[in-house]
Ligand binder design. Structure first.
Ligand code: NAD
Length: 470
């Protein structure tokens, strides 16, 4: 089937309006929060490897500057447009507010299919895009900080940082102009997996309440549940790995070229290795092929994680979706109308602005690391280890018990950067879910509405406490 074009910003604003009805805020203030502050559209030439010139379209939208810097990924995709970038920037505003990350919302995009360009061409596009942002003061550690999104990753972020540093020589905080960088270029350990890890934390949190699982006919816990995941990119792959780690059975994986299904469960890393070798997930040993990836969204399962792209569950297929829990790994994978139908059927829908907030949370940790110019854990690790060892010795002395070398190694080891980052992410996802669930119960609303109520309330507070610039 063909995908219909569904304006995304209108979808986000539907959620906003539904949540606003529960808030006692002045219409003018709500209007100010909802509006997309600014969108910069650029067109620039790319010299292709064959010598021809192509005009490239790009955007940077800053939805809300109630906190600075603004923050949001850069997407390289063939169909991206201004509406989508504005919608994604708005989602960033609400997402950051929800998880108490002190940024305004932004998003950037370049309209290219990255698979059709060489690495050299992608580097030229990325550097020129960065230059265009720099020339308009739309990038900088205190101004606007991009990150990876669909079609971009650490490599592009390193190019952005290098270009920015060249244009701003001697700026001591230059590394903080972008997040999602390779660890050797000022990135933080744990960033690459963070969004997928956060998705898995979100599912784990939602599934730990027996009273919420009972109406779905499910026991608590991810273990043993039948999971379908769409997208094996940054978010989908890591989400699949962590959910697999919790004992979830990945019964189907959906990619561009089709889907594969096995009731016994798919080994995610083996599927990835097979795809690298053959160029496709199809034909994986022991699995059934589904030539239409979209049809596989309708498979019977406990949990469906759409983690590829927007508008995947729409009015067209929603009545055939059988999942009991849907975790929005991607931004906007379920349309507003489809959401209403799913909620009416009692499906537990975990909204994108919560579930995929792990990426921006760890981006925040990376930015703070860049501004402090020091790796997390560097100052205290050895000190903490010695303190832990002294504690073990005291316990041995008092109890006469002797710890084995194994016990010692595990108990005295202090957290390094990765452990601290993961712990900060886990705390953020747990605390945010607790807030969401409380609002959901108290207001008797769905989780997405609860998330928007919480986020809008926090942005409104920032506006009103500071006053709106005349
Ligand atoms: P990615 O480019 O790394 O991965 C996307 C994957 O989806 C690719 O493997 C691609 O082949 C696959 N895909 C494309 N079309 C498909 C289709 N029709 N059916 C099945 N699979 C398809 O992108 P990503 O960074 O993983 O982002 C995915 C989604 O998550 C996007 O909506 C993005 O905005 C959102 N997101 C990403 C991050 C992040 O940190 N990367 C953070 C928050 C939200």
């Amino acid at each position: 089937m063909t995908t219909q074009h569904i304006p995304m910003f209108a979808q986000v604003n539907k959620y906003f309006d539904k949540a606003s009805a529960h808030l006692d805020l002045a219409p003018g203030l709500l209007g100010a929060i909802k509006a997309c502050n600014s969108v910069y559209r650029m067109q620039f030439p790319l010299k292709r490897d064959d010598g021809s010139i192509e005009v490239i379209n790009g955007w940077r939208a800053q939805h809300s500057t109630h906190r600075l810097p603004t923050k949001g990924g850069i997407r390289y995709a063939a169909n991206v447009d201004e509406d989508e970038v504005s919608a994604l920037a708005a989602l960033m505003t609400y997402k950051c507010a929800l998880v108490d990350v002190p940024f305004g919302g932004a998003k950037g995009a370049v309209r290219i299919d990255p698979s059709k360009y060489s690495v050299d061409e992608l580097e030229r596009v990325t550097r020129r895009f960065t230059y265009e942002l720099f020339a308009k003061n739309l990038i900088g550690p205190g101004m606007d900080v991009p990150a990876p999104d669909m079609g971009t990753g650490p490599r592009e972020m390193a190019w952005i940082m290098d270009t920015y540093s060249t244009l701003a020589p001697g700026q001591i905080d230059a590394q903080g102009c972008v997040t999602g960088k390779p660890v050797t270029q000022g990135g933080v350990r744990g960033r690459a997996e963070s969004t997928g890890r956060g998705v898995a934390f979100a599912l784990r949190e939602a599934m730990c309440y027996a009273e919420d699982m009972k109406p779905l006919g499910l026991s608590t816990g991810v273990e043993g549940k039948r999971i379908v995941i769409q997208g094996l990119g940054n978010v989908g792959y890591h989400a699949a790995k962590f959910i697999e780690g919790y004992g979830g059975i990945i019964i189907a994986l959906l990619e561009r070229e089709g889907a594969i299904y096995s009731e016994k469960g798919l080994d995610v890393d083996k599927v990835v290795a097979h795809r690298l070798e053959t160029g496709s997930i199809l034909g994986f040993s022991g699995a059934t092929d589904y030539p239409s990836s979209r049809d596989a969204l309708e498979l019977d399962c406990d949990v469906l994680v759409p983690a590829a792209l927007e508008n995947q569950i729409t009015g067209e297929n929603v009545d055939r979706i059988k999942a009991k829990i849907i975790v929005e790994g991607a931004n906007g994978p379920v349309t507003a109308d489809a959401s209403e139908k799913l909620l009416a059927r009692g499906v537990l829908l975990l909204p994108d602005i919560y579930t995929n907030a792990g990426g921006v949370t760890v981006s925040y940790f990376e930015w703070v690391k860049n501004l402090s110019h020091m790796r997390y854990g560097r100052m205290e690790k050895r000190f903490q280890e010695r303190s832990n060892e002294r504690l073990l010795q005291a316990v041995e002395h008092l109890t006469g018990k002797h710890f084995t070398d194994d016990d010692r190694a595990r108990s005295s080891e202090a957290a390094g950067e990765e452990e601290l980052v993961n712990s900060g992410l886990e705390e953020t996802m747990i605390a945010a879910y607790a807030e969401l669930r409380t609002i959901q119960k108290v207001r008797n609303v769905d989780l997405r509405t609860a998330a928007f109520i919480n986020a809008i309330g926090k942005v409104a507070m920032a506006y009103t406490q500071r006053g709106i610039f005349p």
